[in-house]
Design a protein around this ligand. Sequence first.
Ligand code: UD1
Length: 420
Amino acid sequence: MDKLLIQGGARLDGEIRISGAKNSGLPILAATLLAEGPMHICNLPHLNDITTMLALLRCMGVDITIDEKMCVETNTEPMREFTAPYELVKTMRASILVLGPMLARFGEANVSFPGGCAIGSRPVDIHLRGLEAMGATVEVDQGYIRARCDGRLKGAHFFMDTVTVGGTENLVMAAALAEGRTVLENAAREPEVVDLCLCLEAMGAKISGIGTATLTIDGVETLKGCTYKVMPDRIETGTYLVAAAATGGRVKLKDTRADILESVILKLEEAGAEITCGDDWIALDMKGKRPKSVNLKTAPYPAFPTDMQAQFTAMNAIAEGVGTVTETIFENRLIQVHELNRMGANIALEGNTAMITGVKQLKAAPVMATDLRASASLVIAGLVAEGDTLVDRIYHIDRGYECIEEKLQLLGANIRRVPG
Ligand code: UD1
């Protein structure tokens, strides 16, 4: 198993390009199941999770061609199989996103029940209840969710009692082909949900309230193929901004958007960063200063994203002052704290809050990645630590960061991948 070896101390300085968003590429690939006619999806990031979703579509019979720029063409014409098998679902929970579209288009879907994961139990009850409200019968049998509907799904008024990104995406996709009007209340407003809705609109779906907590979908009989470019990855963008801030550095990130990162930019400014933005770039300059600690609390968009919490915990670890980080979305998402403390951080955990007293210097240590964003925080810690940090289990990082070591090298970091 590969590891990342990081020699800390280099101040990040340079320009890189941000990749397409994993979390919008995944639902958009699932949405290709709804299309009669070929779909062309561009700007997909080259990541293991995207490869898993393509493998899932392929094993259901979807014809897929990929060019060297990760533009994917899909054609559902040859599709005969309506099962998402355990072997693929167990490696990626987002596989559940094929449930809604497959059921809406073919009247049948069997998806292996996704389990919990390191960051929490992650149920899918709202996905299932929403589909039942649209007239589906859903049962769980031998570890599989088996959903059926006679004819088309029926539009419904459905209130989601928790804001769920994947749940909203599954139900919007299902509603797009349902008979009549569906109203989804307390819907997630994350930019990736918006990106999916815009793609569905380009396919002929009728959706209003995009970007708000109430989505109204007037179902249509068929959806057509289209060409769609996936939005930039706001979490990758935020991760490089925090990495630069932690090292006192200066970066310019291109092919990205500042308007979807407001809460993160605000916290970086509070930490002492100077930030400038254009239409498709963001630049951060820390002017060699040590960051100041920030307090933050995760919550659904537009509030502070749970996917950026671990990176800020790492920055707070070396910041001036005391900062608190509170996680409200997932029950076990402060796991990076133990590894950071092994590197000399001073972090106390109380329930879902980490109280972080900044230290002047972290010390390198061998550390282990436990989930995607926790592993990004260990890389950031390695960049600012004294000595050589070896990060193990980096398959977690490869799920969400395209060429992380190459991008960091371009910014002047001493980092390389070593065989395990
Ligand atoms: C998505 C993102 C993930 C991000 C998360 C929250 C993808 C592929 N992943 O995950 O990176 O961290 O949003 O922004 O886009 N819940 C229920 N019942 C359900 C569904 C969810 O109780 O049926 C709960 C979850 O346990 C969690 C909360 O709702 O506590 C939010 O989860 P959700 O928004 O669904 O996360 P994902 O879509 O899995």
